[in-house]
Design a protein around this ligand. Structure first.
Ligand SMILES: Cc1cc2nc3c(=O)[nH]c(=O)nc-3n(C[C@H](O)[C@H](O)[C@H](O)COP(=O)(O)OP(=O)(O)OC[C@H]3O[C@@H](n4cnc5c(N)ncnc54)[C@H](O)[C@@H]3O)c2cc1C
Length: 442
């Protein structure tokens, strides 16, 4: 079995950045990707708007990915594509079951094996099943879209109901038009981008319907994808029923109240051959869960510390597998930091201080800070749970303010971040870190 210092799972922007940064810190790295090509979801995002923060340029998804793929290949990092990670096992758990001979051999060569702080990553590809040994793992498995089954729409079950990402893959990868006339449910960024894409391909978008009273996508996407193409956005509306036998023929739309319950008497039938769903993304974390990482119910991704390490020693997380990012620049940033930390990781018992947050936050990352070693700036990421004007974020240590930042506007679809050198406060185990958010109604 081949051994690595770092195994990165997922070849999207997060995984590529993690692999490059771990390799540049001197680690022996393997990247594993289940698809045929590297680049992750960016392969199908042919619109522009990527890389504005990092490269100060407006790149398409494939252009952005290619910069990292070129750098990755230049460094000669080991990788395998069309290879699916089917399981990860902590070797400490296996040691009891192994033959004396193998244990002796491993102990002779590697003392970390004994302490159980190595992992066996099992993969399947066209050659069969294989396994690799590694000291650390960076999970960069991305996220997946919520499906129609997860939002319970009544009616028949005809074809023509697509997630926005699937519709995007049909058009941009397969060159096929999935609809002539459609309704889009949900105002997430992918739905907005697909409203414009379908229109450009000659299809009709009857409207984008959003159950909440404010859009879920970025303001720039509302303007560039809907307003510029006269596509109506209907807030506080949802699809309540599907009609059609083999293919979708129409959907029923209803207004919803503030609790998002449909209001009787507001039914409207809209004829269409497709319903495109853009109703949320969820971090893909089957592997993380199989390793018993703690999952944050707010992000739906693993709980992590300032070095993107989960509660499992040597298991790091980044990109959309950690939390759903609005901009790819932040995805690459988290990959780089997780890769670097993985390359320098040595097992040691660590103590942590958790960060308490109030209900004005949708979420806050990292959820905990490990104390002791580690100098330098920590990047904090957060989203507000509602739109706030003239907002202040305050970070306090044992009730004493250590940071205050002002924002003119905070909106749940737009993630914010700031940096702070938390090591300067010499945290101790009993310390209390709290983040609060205060702002006005817009
Ligand atoms: C439609 C759409 C439009 C977007 N538009 C913009 C935009 O305009 N501007 C912007 O900045 N950002 C945009 N984003 C956001 C940005 O593209 C994503 O946040 C980013 O690509 C996520 O990167 P990632 O590496 O975390 O995940 P992904 O790109 O999803 O990569 C994860 C990879 O992991 C692999 N994988 C998963 N499980 C396994 C396994 N078990 N074994 C092996 N491999 C596995 C997957 O095959 C995949 O290749 C958009 C995203 C989408 C979906």
């Amino acid at each position: 079995m081949i051994s690595y210092d770092v195994i990165v799972i997922g070849g999207g922007p997060a995984g590529l950045a993690a692999a490059i940064s771990a390799e540049s810190e001197g680690a022996k790295v393997l990247l594993i990707e289940r698809e045929a090509k590297l680049g992750g979801i960016l392969k199908q995002c042919i619109h522009d708007g990527f890389g504005l923060i990092r490269f100060k340029e407006k790149l398409s998804g494939p252009e952005y990915a290619q910069r990292f793929i070129d750098e990755f290949h230049k460094r000669g990092i080991d990788y395998c594509v069309l290879t699916y990670v089917i399981g990860i096992e902590k070797l400490g758990h296996k040691i009891q079951d192994e033959t004396e001979q193998r244990i002796e051999h491993k102990l002779e060569h590697d003392t970390e094996y004994k302490s159980g702080h190595q992992y066996e990553v099992r993969v399947v590809n066209k050659k069969g099943v294989a396994a690799y040994i590694t000291k650390t793992i960076v999970l960069a498995t991305g996220c997946r879209e919520r499906t129609s089954k997860q939002i319970n729409i009544h009616g028949t079950r005809p074809s023509g109901v697509f997630s926005a990402g699937t519709a995007q893959a049909y058009i941009n990868i397969l060159g096929q038009k999935p609809t002539k006339k459609c309704v889009i449910l949900g105002s997430g960024d992918i739905g907005l981008i697909m409203a414009r894409r379908i229109t450009l391909e000659g299809g009709k978008v009857c409207g984008v319907y959003e159950a909440k009273d404010s859009p879920s996508g970025l303001t720039r996407n509302i303007m560039q994808c809907l307003d510029d193409y006269d596509i109506p956005l209907h807030l506080s509306h949802t699809v309540t029923r599907l009609y059609g036998h083999d293919r979708l023929e129409a959907v029923e739309i209803m207004k919803v109240d503030e609790r998002m319950d449909p209001i009787p008497g507001t039914e409207e039938i809209v004829e269409c051959d497709a319903l495109i769903l853009s109703v949320g993304l969820i971090p893909e974390n089957e592997l993380a869960e199989s390793l018993h990482t703690d999952i944050d119910p707010r992000t739906k991704g693993p709980v992590c510390d300032q070095e993107f390490m989960t509660n499992q020693p040597g298991v790091f997380i980044c990109g959309n597998a950690l939390h759903v990012n609005d901009l790819v620049d932040y995805v690459s940033e988290s990959g780089e930091l997780a890769g670097r930390a993985a390359a320098h990781y040595r097992y040691q018992d660590k103590e942590y201080v958790s960060i308490g947050i109030d209900k004005e936050f949708l979420y806050y990352l990292p959820q905990r800070i490990h104390i002791g070693d580690g100098k330098g700036e920590t990047i904090f990421y957060f989203r507000s749970s509602r739109v706030l004007k003239n907002a202040d974020i305050t970070l306090a240590l044992n009730g004493k303010e250590i940071l205050k930042k002002k924002y003119r506007f905070l909106k749940p679809p737009e993630m914010e971040s700031f940096k702070l050198d938390i090591s300067q406060f010499n945290l101790r185990r009993d310390d209390r870190l709290t983040a609060t958010l205060k702002g006005e109604n817009p």
